[in-house]
Design a protein around this ligand. Structure first.
Ligand code: GAP
Length: 460
C-alpha cells in the first residue's frame, strides 16, 4: 500500500500542484516547480501567514531582502564556519549520507553493509561569485535562511519606523541549502521558501514572549485546519540547540503516519527559537561572534552599531529575539496531507477530496457550464465567473470540459469548496445549483444572490 505522502505526490502531479524541477531534462534533485494549482496554494499559505503576522498585529513590519548576500553577513552570523551537516561516504559503493540519517539496515550495492568513512563537516551554503571575475575576493552566498536579511536591517527598519520594543520584522522568501540527501518530496529540498519573524524584545521579557509566540503559531495551524492530533510541540534539549539559541520549541507535523514508531511519524514543520541577543551582537560595529566552543570573532566590518535606545533607562541596549521560522513548502505539504481523504460513497463509488480551508484552497469557486454546445448556457456561466472574479476576493474558474460528475471529481481533488452549475433551467429562472465540496449538498440559488451567498461561506 502506498504511503500518504506517495498519494499526495501522485495527486500533485496529476492535478498540477507540483512537478519535479527540470523534469524535461531528467530533473534536478532537491528542486520542485509549482504548477497552476500549486502556485495558488503556495500564495494562499503565504497570504494567510502574512495576514495573521503582519496585518492583524500592530507590532510588526514586513521586509523583503536580497537572496545574494555579502560574504561578511554569513561570516559574522557564524554560517561560514558552522552551517554544516556531518557527511560520510561509503568506501565500497561511493554513496554519500548524512551521518545522522544513515539507515543501519540499508544494504550496500556492492554487498554487505556500507563501509563508512569518519563523519566530516559539509557546509550547506551555495557559493557563487558576483561580477565578471570569478575569484575568492568576489565570493557571495545564496542565503541559507531569510533571518539574516532581517538582522542586518534591524537598524534601518528601526530608524525608518521609530518602533519601540517589543516589535517584529517578518519576511517571506527563498532560501537555499545544499542538502546532502534531499528527500520526502518537498519536505527536504535544496531550494525552498521560508516565512520568518524576528521579534525584538527587552532582555528579561524574552521567555514570556517565547511562550506567547508558540501559542500564537499553534493557533494559526489549527485555524487553517491542521488537526490538533497531527501537530506536536517538541522542546529541544540543550545538546540539540543551534549555536545561537537559548531555547527552541519545534512544531512537528505527522508527515509519516505509516511509520511504526509513533515518535518517528512526526517531523519539524516550524521552529520557534529564543535567539537571545546573539545575532544583533554579531552584526554590530564593535560586536563579536561567539562560537559554541568559546572562540570569538570581533566584528570590525559592520558600518553601524545595531543597538536600541531605551527611553526609560536612557541606555543603549541590544534586544533579545524570538524567532518563529517555518518553511512554506513544508507547511503547504502539511495542509495537503491533513486535507486529503479517500471517501467511499457507496458500492463501487469513491472520491478523493481535499478538505482545504477556503483561504488555502487554490480555487474558491468553479463555474460549470452543463452543455458547452449551448451558447446561452456558456454565456451565462462565463458571465457569472467574470462577476465572481471581479472583486478579486474569490478566485474562480470556468469549466465546460465534460460531464458534470467528472468536473465535480476534478474540483474535489484540488479542494475547490464550491461548484456552481449553470444548466438549461438556469437561463430561464436565473438560478444556479451550488454544490458543497465537503457534504456534496446542493442548493438552488438566485444568480443575484450568489456572490453574497459564497462570500458569507468563504471569507472569514
Ligand atoms: N532561521 C532559522 C532557521 O532557518 P531551520 O529550522 O533551519 O531554522 C526553519 O529552518 C524552517 O525552514 C524549518 O522548520 C522547515 O520548515 C524549513 N526548512 C528548513 N530546511 C528545509 C529544507 N531543506 N527543505 C524544506 N524546508 C526546509
Amino acid at each position: 500500500m502506498s504511503s500518504l505522502i506517495d498519494k499526495i505526490v501522485s495527486l500533485c502531479k496529476r492535478r498540477g500542484f507540483l512537478f519535479q524541477g527540470s523534469e524535461l531534462y531528467g530533473g534536478l534533485q532537491g528542486t520542485y516547480d509549482y504548477g497552476p494549482m500549486g502556485v495558488e496554494l503556495k500564495n494562499n499559505v503565504k497570504r494567510a501567514w502574512w495576514r495573521a503576522n503582519v496585518y492583524e498585529r500592530d507590532d510588526m513590519e514586513g521586509i523583503d531582502t536580497a537572496i545574494l548576500m555579502n560574504r561578511l553577513v554569513l561570516k559574522y552570523s557564524g554560517h561560514e564556519d558552522t552551517f554544516s551537516d556531518p557527511l560520510v561516504d561509503c568506501r565500497k559503493c561511493k554513496k554519500r549520507f548524512r551521518a545522522d540519517q544513515v539507515d543501519p539496515h540499508e544494504k550496500c550495492a556492492q554487498g554487505g553493509a556500507h563501509d563508512l568513512t569518519e563523519p566530516r563537516p559539509f557546509n550547506l551554503m551555495f557559493r557563487t561569485t558576483v561580477g565578471p571575475i570569478a575569484d575568492d575576493a568576489n565570493v557571495a552566498y545564496l542565503r541559507p535562511e531569510t533571518a539574516q536579511g532581517i538582522f542586518v536591517n534591524f537598524k534601518n527598519v528601526l530608524d525608518a519606523t521609530n518602533r519601540k520594543l517589543p516589535f517584529g520584522i517578518a519576511q517571506i522568501g527563498k532560501a537555499y541549502r545544499n542538502e546532502i540527501t534531499p528527500k520526502n518530496f518537498i519536505f527536504r529540498v535544496r531550494e525552498f521558501e521560508q516565512m520568518e519573524i524576528e521579534y525584538f524584545v527587552m532582555p528579561g521579557e524574552d521567555q514570556a514572549w517565547h511562550e506567547r509566540w508558540i501559542a500564537d503559531r499553534v493557533a494559526w495551524y489549527h485555524k487553517y485546519g491542521i488537526r490538533p492530533a497531527n501537530l506536536r510541540q517538541y522542546v529541544q534539549h540543550a545538546n540539540e540547540l543551534a549555536h545561537y539559541a537559548k531555547a527552541c520549541t519545534d512544531l512537528l507535523y505527522r508527515f509519516f503516519p505509516e511509520r511504526e514508531e509513533e515518535a518517528k511519524q512526526y517531523d519539524e514543520v516550524e521552529g520557534i527559537a529564543n535567539r537571545t541577543d546573539f545575532d544583533l551582537t554579531c552584526h554590530t560595529r564593535g560586536g563579536k561572534l561567539v562560537f559554541a566552543d568559546g572562540r570569538e570573532v570581533a566584528n570590525k566590518d559592520a558600518t553601524m552599531k545595531q543597538t536600541y535606545f531605551d527611553d526609560k533607562s536612557k541606555q543603549h541596549l541590544t534586544p533579545y529575539v524570538i524567532e518563529p521560522s517555518g518553511g512554506v513548502d513544508r507547511i503547504a505539504l502539511a495542509f495537503l496531507m491533513d486535507a486529503y481523504e479517500e471517501q467511499t460513497l457507496g458500492e463501487d463509488k469513491q472520491r478523493t477530496v481535499l478538505h482545504l480551508h477556503p483561504d488555502i484552497a487554490p480555487v474558491k469557486v468553479a463555474v460549470l457550464a452543463l452543455a458547452r454546445n449551448k451558447p446561452p448556457i456558456v454565456e451565462m456561466a462565463r458571465r457569472i465567473k467574470a462577476e465572481l472574479q471581479r472583486s478579486g476576493r474569490l478566485r474562480s474558474m470556468y469549466d465546460d470540459s465534460g460531464n458534470i460528475g467528472k468536473c465535480y471529481a476534478r474540483q474535489d481533488e484540488i479542494g475547490t469548496p464550491f461548484c456552481v452549475t449553470v444548466d438549461h433551467q438556469s437561463t430561464e429562472d436565473q438560478q444556479v445549483t451550488v454544490r458543497h465540496r465537503d457534504t456534496m449538498a446542493q442548493d438552488r440559488i438566485a444568480v443575484g444572490a450568489l456572490e453574497r451567498y459564497l462570500e458569507e461561506r468563504l471569507l472569514a
